[in-house]
Design a protein around this ligand. Structure first.
Ligand SMILES: [Zn+2]
Length: 442
């Protein structure tokens, strides 16, 4: 039966779906209202005395339409701080923070607000209509990075759904009282999830217990920033959350890559049984600088003494063991990864090219599985589902994971970002070319 376009306000004409079908998709009120054969949803004259039925049409012939990806593990507060050449004043406010004085504590942090906003827009331009950022709470940042992230999230409403995880500092030892107070304040301010850095705490197990208890008390999801290289600590976590806390996420889990195969297999079984989601960062490390055990500056959740192991191969190993694996961008041009792209399609690409994942599972890791980890409703390209979509110029999933320049992002049924790429080749056929023939690609 042909779909009825009665109340659609935006019609995506002719995109291809990953299953190979070419369709029209009608959107209204933030949801997918109809999916029909090509041409079936196009506006047509209405009954006598009425205007045309349907809505605005966007021609997506030659594009692949996907459920929008998610950025589940961003670092918006440190994003865009990588050292580089002095910014050109003409490019401000898009330049990194290097030439901008740090805001005084307690004044809200306008430079952080600007970078969080710019980072969120960067992720959005790649397709992430929902994002979760690990925001530092404590040490020099106090609460103003979180305050800035929450203000950025409010200002971006309608463009992207930016959620914050409060990454608490040390919760045991000398700083315990301050750390716990800041965590309570972060919850009161509106943090959407509780994070923490048990690896950097003087008492990792004690820190873990405190975070689990705090998440229980406040009814918030737990998103731990951890190296996950200590199977005993992971056992403790798994035992505490098995069966009653499906929302636990741990990342970036570089330490899992250092475990012997037998230990990794045992740990994977424990995580799968406990329903813990593992967030990997195949594009590279993330590591906000922290004060670690004994006061040494180190990388929380990372390892400063060695090159971090490649986590991309872990995705397939953990998934086949039954662990829910998601992938994020992590560092976005900060000290941990000055070339971090913050691109979900790049993350999926790396899972395929270096991790041996197949493209379908790789895209699940950055889209529907990541949505579920953030507690978001599922998206399928069927009537009734949320209109959270990404169109990429290309014909199939491997195609767009390989080359994905041109993108169109839809959030709540509206086009919120468009990136267009044009590639030109010089005509050398007769050696007399005077002009580049133009072809839109990618
Ligand atoms: Zn991280």
């Amino acid at each position: 039966m042909p779909a009825e376009p009665t109340d659609t306000t935006l019609i995506l004409g002719g995109p291809r779906l990953p299953d190979g079908r070419t369709v029209d998709v009608g959107l209204a009120d933030g949801r997918i209202r109809a999916v029909g054969t090509p041409g079936s949803l196009l506006p047509r004259p209405g009954p006598r005395g009425h205007g045309p039925r349907g809505g605005r049409v966007v021609d997506l012939t030659g594009w692949l339409l996907l459920p929008a990806p998610v950025e589940p593990h961003g670092h918006h507060d440190t994003a865009l701080t990588a050292p580089g050449p002095p910014p050109d004043p003409a490019t401000l406010p898009h330049a990194p923070d290097t030439a901008v004085p740090a805001p005084p504590p307690g004044r809200g942090g306008n430079s952080v607000l600007r970078r969080v906003t710019e980072a969120a827009l960067h992720h959005l331009s790649h397709g992430a209509t929902a994002q979760r950022g690990h925001i530092r709470v404590g040490d020099p940042a106090g609460l103003h990075a979180l305050d800035a992230a929450l203000r950025a999230a409010r200002s971006l409403t309608g463009l992207t759904d930016l959620r914050t995880t409060a990454d608490a500092g040390p919760l045991t030892g000398r700083a315990a009282a301050d750390g716990r107070a800041l965590l309570r304040d972060a919850v009161a301010m509106g943090a959407a999830a509780l994070g923490g850095l048990p690896d950097a705490d003087p008492d990792p197990a004690g820190c873990l217990d405190l975070l689990i208890a705090a998440a229980d008390d406040h009814g918030l999801p737990l998103d731990l920033h951890t190296d996950a290289g200590d199977p005993i600590l992971l056992d403790r976590l798994a035992a505490a959350v098995t069966g009653h806390r499906p929302g636990v996420v741990i990342g970036p889990c570089t330490g899992l890559g250092r475990l012997a195969p037998e230990a990794l297999a045992r740990t994977a079984d424990r995580l799968a049984l406990a329903g813990v989601t593992v967030a990997l960062l195949p594009q590279g490390p993330c590591a906000p600088l922290r004060t670690g055990p004994g006061g040494a500056r180190g990388r929380a959740g990372g390892d400063t003494s060695r090159t971090p192991p490649d986590t991309a191969p872990l995705a397939r190993i953990l998934r086949t063991a039954g662990v829910r694996v998601i992938a994020g961008g992590g560092a976005l041009r900060d000290a941990a990864n000055p070339v971090g792209r913050g691109d979900p399609l790049e993350a999926a690409c790396q899972l395929v090219s270096r991790g041996g994942e197949d493209p379908v599972h790789a895209y699940h890791a950055v889209s529907d599985r990541a949505r579920a980890a953030l507690g978001l409703p599922p998206v399928r390209i069927e009537a009734g589902f949320p209109a959270e979509l990404l169109a990429v110029r290309g014909t199939c999933l491997p195609d767009v994971l390989s080359l994905a320049y041109s993108r169109l992002v839809i959030h709540r049924g509206r086009i919120v970002s468009r990136t267009s790429a044009v590639r030109e080749y010089c005509d050398i056929g007769d050696g007399a070319a005077t002009e580049l023939p133009r072809q839109s690609t990618g």
